[in-house]
Design a protein. Structure first.
Length: 255
């Protein structure tokens, strides 16, 4: 069931989203050659504590997971698409890092992700990240009252496929509110004009993921969480929590 949020609730979700944006900005500022993923998780945790917020990631255990997620930040490097567990790995020159983060504040959740390069950027990585960001922008632009979920999915898919990139099969965005994952699912590819009609008060996390090699296949790493590209090519991820309103889409996880 999809819960329509009141305007007051959307304002409250914006406060949770602001914490998410601040944490991701702090992670990006800290990330440098030689910095470990655990250090980045600690930075994100510090932002949560300062805001008196909690993490919807820490301890989260969906049906596919062998263990609860042990961190507040997902840190996915190079061929890792999503759900990377922060560990002692130290960032190297040219790494592509996707950072995904959530916060709960005042009973509401926010969820967002960014991708960026560390040190010397490879042109092909820059283009991959820019494509994920353009796909996110296209999805947000389609998140208007009267459109359908399929319009968002179609907009995202068109951008990604036009560049020859893969889209991880079966993964996409989701509704969000009191919980991090709610109805409706928001695919990253689909047919325009299909699916649930968008209404004022719907809040969704839109999150395109792209695979450089063009394949849609992936596999789960031994940790049971990290999803990696089957062909070993790099991946990028971009995400915002977005409210559908009569005045147009409102991004709740922007700085």
């Amino acid at each position: 069931m999809v819960e329509l949020k009141t305007d007051t609730s959307i304002d409250e979700m914006r406060e949770a989203g602001r914490v998410v944006a601040q944490a991701l900005a702090a992670v990006r500022e800290k990330a440098a050659v030689g910095v470990s993923l655990l250090e980045l998780d600690s930075v994100a945790h510090g932002v949560l504590r300062a805001a008196d917020a909690s993490s919807p990631f820490l301890g989260y255990r969906p049906s596919f997971a062998p263990t609860p997620f042990p961190a507040v930040l997902c840190a996915s490097v190079n061929d890792a698409i999503v759900h990377g567990i922060p560990d002692g790995y130290r960032l190297r020159d040219g790494d592509l890092l996707s950072a995904d983060f959530g916060a709960q504040l005042g009973g509401w959740a926010g969820d967002s992700a960014i991708s960026f390069t560390v040190g010397t950027a490879r042109p092909e990585d820059v283009h991959l990240i820019e494509t994920a960001e353009r796909a996110l922008a296209a999805g947000i632009a389609a998140a208007v009252v009267g459109n359908r979920i399929g319009d968002i999915a179609h907009a995202i898919g068109q951008v990604c496929r036009a560049e020859g990139y893969g889209i991880p099969d079966g993964f996409g965005g989701h509704g969000i509110g009191r919980k991090m994952h709610e109805d409706p699912p928001v695919p990253n590819e689909g047919r325009a004009g299909r699916g649930m009609r968008l209404r004022h008060g719907m809040v969704i996390a839109i999150e395109p993921m792209v695979i450089a090699g063009g394949m849609d296949d992936y596999y789960a790493a031994p940790d049971g969480w990290t999803l990696r590209t089957s062909d070993g090519t790099r991946a990028a991820h971009a995400e915002h929590t977005v409210a559908v309103t009569d005045a147009g889409p409102r991004i709740l996880t922007a700085l």
